[in-house]
Design a protein. Structure first.
Length: 266
């Protein structure tokens, strides 16, 4: 098996995305799956889309990608304004070929992707599912760490929707959910590594462009061979947060909070 990198929630943050792609390349990883929300919130939607189109073998539909195509639903005022600004940026691209390619790419994004363990060279893994929100509601359902205490019954429905391993994004908070239910943040794992076993597991890879776990470094994960099964490794990458914040402040249509929150990772 070749190592696989799983990224999510770029949110038009080109500084973070560039740093993550550089880190992925430095590890010799050739395959990248993106779990969606390429656009939204941040100042560089066109550039982010171009990089994702070039580097990812699979990209899924996130709720902000969906909103840019159609309409934002249940968005707060700042997120909604950013969505409409993103759409205008995409529509104003003067190069008709680039404009068409970006819209075609967004419009064709699937909501779920599954790779068999055999295809990944992992005989001990049944299959690996990928989605943005959850395996039950792929675009919009949030799965929070506190749900293991507040909504334990929720996990039965979630874990029924995949066979072995599932990667998600959407909440911008990395960690591993088990069926018990239980949740382990990367800090609670040895060296930020989760060893895949016979048990089902749902892995949130965190956010590249807008982390919300009080760590402002970009977050992603890799899936690596480990004998008959695999390891999930959580990775954090520093990037030029100040540069992204300055771009948000310089864009009147984007709420300053979308930039200032990046410094604190919230």
């Amino acid at each position: 098996m070749r190592m696989l990198a799983i990224i999510s929630d770029i949110h038009s943050n080109i500084e973070a995305l560039t740093a993550v792609l550089r880190d992925i390349e430095s590890r010799g990883v050739k395959r990248i799956v993106c779990l969606g929300d390429v656009v939204g919130y941040g100042p560089n939607p066109c550039e982010a889309l171009d990089l994702i189109m070039r580097h990812c073998e699979v990209t899924l539909m996130g709720n902000h990608d969906f909103a840019a195509l159609y309409e934002p639903n249940n968005f707060n005022m700042g997120a909604e304004a950013a969505c409409f600004w993103t759409r205008r940026k995409l529509e104003k691209e003067p190069d008709l070929e680039k404009r068409g390619a970006r819209w075609d790419y967004l419009g064709a994004l699937p909501v779920k992707h599954v790779i068999s363990g055999e295809a990944l060279g992992l005989p001990g893994v049944t299959d690996v599912a990928f989605t943005h929100g959850s395996p039950r509601r792929p675009i919009n359902e949030y799965i929070f760490p506190d749900d293991v205490y507040n909504c334990p019954g929720k996990f039965r429905g979630l874990f029924e929707r995949f066979n072995h391993l599932c990667f998600v994004g959407h909440t911008h908070v990395p960690g591993v959910f088990l069926e018990t239910p239980d949740f382990y943040s990367p800090d609670e794992l040895d060296d930020g590594v989760f060893e895949v076993s016979f048990r089902k597991a749902m892995v949130n890879v965190g956010s590249v462009g807008q982390p919300r776990d009080r760590d402002n470094r970009a977050s992603y994960a890799t899936l690596e061979p480990n004998g008959a099964t695999a390891l999930v490794r959580f990775v954090r990458v520093p990037y030029n947060v100040d540069a992204t914040m300055a771009k948000v402040r310089a864009t009147p249509e984007l709420d300053d909070y979308l930039g200032s929150r990046l410094r604190e990772g919230r």
